[in-house]
Design a protein around this ligand. Structure first.
Ligand code: SF4
Ligand code: ZN
Length: 303
């Protein structure tokens, strides 16, 4: 027999058992729970202010699609807010064209304007071309840098006052663990907040596990596609992801406690070094941690 919903007085059947919280939820209360977490997370990270122009990073995958849907739902009566979406086309044959098509479909249905920028046009080459060079690092390393560059640059150019991304709890916990393993304290610090010169970012799905985002998308009838990027399994993140999923299966709550543990710890991490002067990339002129930014470094390597 399917168990009932844990909400008081609810007589519906549960569609999910949250092992980490011990609760069962019916569809209605599951949707409510996810949206409550999203609102709480947004208030915690950065308030949406009157007149905000919000750029949503939309890949066409389940996370960003569900996020855009949720934002439109949560803020449906806020006429002062403006939403638009930005998609990066990395040039990954057999994969990205499908998700871009889905992004177009989702943006269309939600009546949100979508801007698509390709690696080829912005940098002069596709991710497939980078991958074919056989560099030591996995394609994801290059992909992440260039995608962030497009998002930062275009959000600013298009006048966004906030950037919202679809990173879920799994993504966040993977990043935390990767940085622990590498001992990268600077990146751990930056995870808490971006530097001033960039449009501020919010990750509303940060407290929602990946599986629950997928279930939410399904419940909301959001079109999703299940194709995976052919390069994903080459990354270190993939190894960490597998490890975390195994831990979570055997010890429910692992991901959640890693996230909470990081939050407690982050209070002790050093804040941005005072007096450290902001550098400008000598190639593109944009804010950078070093004389040449990571994106321009890749462009030079490719040339
Ligand atoms: Fe880029 Fe890696 Fe994501 Fe593929 S899996 S889109 S290469 S970051
Ligand atoms: Zn640069």
């Amino acid at each position: 027999m399917t168990p009932g919903c844990s909400k008081r007085k609810c007589k519906n059947h549960a569609i999910i058992h949250q092992k980490y919280s011990g609760l069962h939820f019916c569809e209605y209360h599951f949707v409510e729970d996810v949206e409550r977490k999203v609102k709480k997370e947004m208030r915690k990270q950065l308030m949406v202010e009157r007149g905000d122009k919000i750029a949503v990073a939309l890949s066409g995958g389940k996370d960003s699609s569900a996020l855009l849907y949720m934002l439109k739902k949560i803020f449906h009566n806020r006429n002062d807010l403006e939403f638009f979406a930005i998609a990066a086309d990395e040039g990954i044959n057999g994969f990205r064209s499908l998700t871009i098509k889905n992004a177009e479909k989702v943006a269309n249905e939600l009546e949100v304007k979508l801007f698509i920028f390709s690696f080829e046009k912005e940098f002069g080459f596709t991710l497939d071309e980078i991958a074919s060079k056989g560099f030591e690092q996995a394609p994801c390393t290059f992909c992440g840098v260039l995608r962030r560059k497009i998002l930062d640059r275009k959000a600013k150019e298009l006048g966004a006052t906030k950037v919202v991304t679809g990173h879920n709890m799994d993504d966040e916990v993977q990043t935390i663990l990767i940085n622990y393993i590498r001992g990268d304290v600077e990146r751990l610090r930056r995870l808490r907040g971006r530097r001033e010169e960039f449009v501020p970012r919010i990750k509303p799905l940060r407290a929602v596990p990946e599986k629950e985002v997928a279930l939410y998308a399904l419940a909301a009838g959001i079109p999703i596609i299940t194709t995976h990027c052919p390069y994903a399994s080459l990354s270190f993140r993939f190894t960490v992801k597998k490890m975390l999923n195994e831990c979570e299966m055997k010890h429910p709550g692992t991901k959640y406690s890693l996230l909470r543990g990081y939050e407690r710890l982050s209070g002790f991490l050093p804040t941005a070094q005072p007096g450290k002067k902001l550098l400008r990339c000598t190639r593109c002129g944009e804010a950078s941690a070093s004389r040449i930014c990571k994106a321009c470094e890749i462009v030079e390597r490719m040339n």
